[in-house]
Design a protein around this ligand. Structure first.
Ligand code: ATP
Ligand code: MG
Ligand code: MG
Ligand code: MG
Length: 479
């Protein structure tokens, strides 16, 4: 049994002989071990009669030490636990020296999240981080389940790519050059023709364009993979390496896509609630404790579980960019009554303070903003009849800001070509993409969700570095 399975079976297993293994979380009174094997939030209590074990072994039952226990399941008198295991034999796998443990986050006390990040390789053993990882796992699984239940075909788009049309300076270049001998052309630029790929190649910033090509044959597809962006700012919402889910659907317009995004998000959140109860109860407690420390104006109205519940049970607000601008122009976001970047006029790009104002203060609900000015969105978005807005949408979540970005794609070859020219992109680079509009083009749409932003929302955490095993940020790529 894993400890989770055993605790779930509870008194059904009374008197059964079992073997359990795990890491010691605490050892009290020479008698009670709290054992955890990572399968769940709850520890299993191991009870031992110290007269039956030699003192050498007892001395080694320290925090973080890993053990195997053979014993018998008994009813527990302790509060909050149905059963415990009476140990008959204990075997030590790996002893952890308390003096050394003291230097690490395995020392049982409350450590700051910053401290956990410094020892990212050890934080899988902590209550908080292991809970987050199990929720992340449930959400990843829910994503695959949702799309497969709805007949989407899972495809893998390339990680090394030659198309940098979307990059906008955020791409990591991939080469096989010897760093001590990078070939340069006469004008001093790097000569990529001498590279193994003979072309400038980069790590993918999005699988969308390739995903569109796949949807133009398979109908409904999704990709779900690592995505790389050389984000040059340090924020709590951006990583240099993150996991993105991108569905792309032939014959879908923007309305259907907004509906899909909402249905999909609710499905994933519900799945996590149904499958990670203990972890979410734990994270909720953590969230509430943290709220208590905050100044009044920063406190949220709802706790984590209420927040999740609210999202499940209410329709997202749908609002055009133009209406959003009207609201933002009139609003007084704080005591000073001003945004840091006041909205001057229609056409301005929204900053996260604006998005968060709409979601957290004005509507107090997730919001889907749509029909953005063409100038501030990517070249491939479907131009509206007004000639100045495109069928783009962003899903904005409380506490997060943008969680999904999507659009209906420009399926008309001539208009797409004009757009490519307007955006100063070399058409030749996109010859294959344009082909998808030549041979039986159809209206189609899709969106991208950053997995980590969804995990942030569901776990109530505040920093994206705390919801991915080994965060890649400008100053962190050591391990
Ligand atoms: P933002 O405005 O927050 O920078 P974006 O508009 O640049 O995001 P998109 O290109 O629309 O992002 O990508 C789709 C989704 O991928 C976003 O809605 C977000 O959930 C996620 N995402 C984008 N950039 C990052 C990043 N650097 N780290 C983590 N997730 C990201
Ligand atoms: Mg961005
Ligand atoms: Mg954005
Ligand atoms: Mg976006």
């Amino acid at each position: 049994y894993s400890i989770k399975e055993l605790l779930k079976k509870g008194t059904q297993c009374l008197n059964e002989k079992v073997t359990v293994q795990g890491w010691i979380r605490s050892f009290r009174s020479n008698q009670f071990i709290a054992l955890n094997d990572g399968s769940g939030q709850k520890n299993l209590q191991i009870v031992l009669d110290y007269n039956n074990f030699n003192t050498d072994l007892l001395k080694q039952l320290t925090n973080a030490t890993s053990i195997k226990v053979n014993g018998v399941v008994a009813e527990s008198k302790g509060a909050g636990q149905e059963i415990e295991v009476i140990a008959e034999e204990i075997e030590i796998y790996g002893y952890a020296n308390p003096e050394e443990v003291q230097e690490t986050i395995l020392q049982p006390k409350k450590h700051s999240l910053e401290k956990l990040r410094e020892q990212a390789h050890l934080r899988f053993r902590t209550n908080t981080f292991s809970a987050i990882m199990r929720v992340r796992n449930a959400l990843s699984f829910a994503i695959h389940k949702y799309f497969n239940e709805n007949n989407f075909c899972y495809i893998n788009t390339p990680i090394i790519t030659g198309s940098d049309a979307e990059g906008a300076g955020e791409m990591f270049t991939v080469t096989n050059f010897n760093l001590n001998n990078i070939p340069k052309s006469d004008n001093g630029d790097i000569d990529f023709t001498k590279d193994f790929f003979s072309k400038k190649t980069s790590l993918t910033v999005s699988g969308q364009l390739e995903g569109e090509a796949a949807a133009m044959g398979l109908g409904k597809i999704y990709t779900f993979g690592p995505t790389f962006r050389a984000e040059n700012s340090n924020t709590t919402r951006h990583l240099a390496e993150f996991w993105m889910v991108e569905p792309e659907i032939a014959f879908y317009d923007l309305d259907k896509t907004m509906w899909l995004a909402e249905d999909f998000l609710k499905y994933c959140i519900k799945y996590a609630i149904d499958h990670c109860k203990d972890d979410l109860v734990f994270l909720n407690q953590r969230f509430e404790d943290e709220q208590k420390q905050k100044p009044k104006e920063e406190k949220t109205e709802h706790n984590l579980l209420e927040k999740l519940d609210f999202v499940l049970n209410n329709s997202f607000v749908k609002l055009s960019y133009s209406k959003a601008i009207e609201i933002l122009k009139k609003s007084k976001p704080n005591q000073k009554g001003k945004f840091k970047y006041p909205i001057e006029k229609w056409g301005a790009d929204l900053q996260s303070e604006h998005e968060r104002y709409l979601v957290e203060k004005h509507f107090k609900s997730p919001v889907i903003l749509y029909d953005y000015p063409a100038k501030i969105k990517a070249f491939y978005m479907r131009l509206n009849e007004d000639g100045k807005t495109v069928r783009a949408m962003d899903v904005l979540f409380p506490g997060i800001g943008e969680i999904i970005g999507g659009s209906q794609r420009e399926e008309r070859l001539d208009i797409l070509k004009n757009k490519i020219e307007d955006f100063n992109i070399d058409e030749k680079e996109l010859w294959w993409y344009l082909d998808t509009r030549k041979y039986g083009t159809v209206p189609h749409s899709g969106f991208g969700l950053g997995l980590e932003r969804l995990v942030l929302f569901v776990t109530g955490m505040g920093n994206i570095r705390d919801v991915i095993p080994f965060p890649r940020t400008p100053n962190n790529a050591e391990f």
